[in-house]
Design a protein around this ligand. Structure first.
Ligand SMILES: [Zn+2]
Length: 423
């Protein structure tokens, strides 16, 4: 009897949330493009345009972000009542650039873009950013009239193909794979690389146990020339998405500045998360939480591990557990608790993996190199050796070369994200 009551309650709650979605939204996407500008200390947003896209792949019941990850937060409020009807956290490449030495001396603009379910009535879309005190500040607000004839509807049509199909987009995690630097004659190569992505991806726990909760699709968009730019080798290519190594002068940091250009290709398929396969052997990649991920599809033996590491940033907001490697200043201010679930400065450790620690764990946990899989609080992580702590001596979010599993904290965070997206 209790089980039946529980089932009825669950069905009722699901119905209620579905009803909330259909009260406010249609099952297609509204895209809001803007420019994210500023320098190390200032930040401004400039509206660009609105676009209607044909699919909505997101959950119809998980509308309000309950995790609070990301340096930015998008909120959508009903214009007439002010009710919060949709929200998502995310981070941006611009935000990373703000911590580089260059940002101290110059200002810069990055094209960015938000997506939300298509509203039925007027809504107010706002963006809040985490300031240096760790508090969200509203920096942008725009009222959208969904009936406006200025919302663009004409889009370039590109062919879409299934890599893995597990069910309807609203109840699954939908990954869209995009090609970068594949020439016209390399369509088959890209399709093979998409299959390789899927087989690598599901080799790692907890993705392996959750295979039936993922859809993976590819969009075919050829480039005029092969491979991304490598400024350090003075090698420049005409490619579809304009990816480049040496982002922020870090050789292996392969990224794309024009996020709107990425969305143009991705919008041909239903998607929650965008991952880009770069037609190159050169080691490298990058990913930003709830933004996009990219990496080399043909690295000799580590393409799969790079996928899984970068996807951890993109999908579950996992931070890098390694020390060094990038030129950032104060990426994680030690007086604030980072939002990344697998890093702590001990400022707000109660909300992190404290309740998962074995009894009697010493903080900081001495790393004698023999701890193996002992969960602890190891000093060093988030690019610095002091003041930031990680859960395991080594995890897939740390050094790719010596390990092929995630630590228990990363596994828990990934599972949580899968469950939320499949609600
Ligand atoms: Zn980890």
């Amino acid at each position: 009897m209790k089980k039946i009551i529980l089932l009825v309650v669950i069905l009722f709650l699901t119905y209620q949330s579905d009803a909330q979605f259909s009260k406010f939204f249609e099952e297609k996407t509204l895209r809001l493009d803007y420019y994210h500008c500023g320098n190390a200390k200032t930040e401004q947003y400039f509206f660009d345009e609105l676009i209607q896209e044909q699919f909505w792949a997101g959950s119809l019941t998980y509308l309000i972000d309950s995790l609070g990850y990301g340096n930015q937060r998008m909120e959508v409020h009903a214009a007439d009542t002010g009710e919060l009807i949709y929200s998502r956290g995310f981070s941006t490449l611009f935000g990373e650039w703000q911590t580089t030495p260059e940002a101290k001396f110059t200002a810069c603009c990055y094209p960015e873009s938000l997506i939300l379910p298509f509203p039925k009535e007027k809504v107010v879309v706002s963006i809040q950013s985490l300031n240096r005190m760790g508090i969200f500040e509203k920096n942008f607000e725009y009222t959208v009239d969904p009936k406006s004839y200025f919302i663009k509807k004409e889009r370039e049509k590109l062919p879409v193909f299934d890599v893995i199909n597990s069910g309807i987009p609203a109840k699954t995690v939908d990954i869209v794979l995009l090609p970068e630097g594949y020439a016209k004659y390399q369509e088959k190569l890209f399709k093979d690389d998409c299959q390789k992505f899927a087989s690598e991806f599901f080799r790692y726990s907890p993705y392996s146990e959750n295979k039936n909760k993922f859809n993976i699709r590819g969009v075919w968009a050829p480039s005029k020339e092969e491979g991304p730019d490598v400024p350090g080798d003075n090698s420049w290519k005409k490619t579809r998405l304009n990816a480049s190594y040496y982002t922020f002068d870090s050789e292996r940091y392969l990224m794309i500045k024009d996020y709107q250009g990425i969305r143009d290709v991705a919008g041909n398929a239903p998607y929650d998360f965008i991952y880009i396969l770069a037609n190159t052997e050169k080691y490298g990649g990058g990913a930003v939480y709830n933004f996009y991920g990219i990496s080399a599809a043909h690295h000799v033996d580590e393409s799969g591990k790079i996928y899984i590491h970068e996807f951890g940033h993109l999908f579950a907001g996992l931070g890098d557990e390694y020390v060094g490697g990038v030129e950032y200043s104060e990426f994680y201010p030690t007086n604030l608790e980072p939002w990344e679930p697998n890093l702590t400065t001990l400022v707000g450790f109660d909300k992190k993996w404290k309740n998962m620690l074995p009894e009697g764990t010493v903080i900081p946990t001495p790393d004698k190199g023999k701890n193996g899989d002992k969960l602890g609080v190891y000093e060093g992580g988030g690019y610095v050796s002091k003041g930031v702590y990680r859960p395991w001596p080594n995890c897939l979010m740390n050094n790719l070369h010596q390990i092929d599993v995630f630590c228990p904290v990363c596994i828990k965070s990934i599972q949580e994200m899968i469950d939320l997206n499949c609600r």
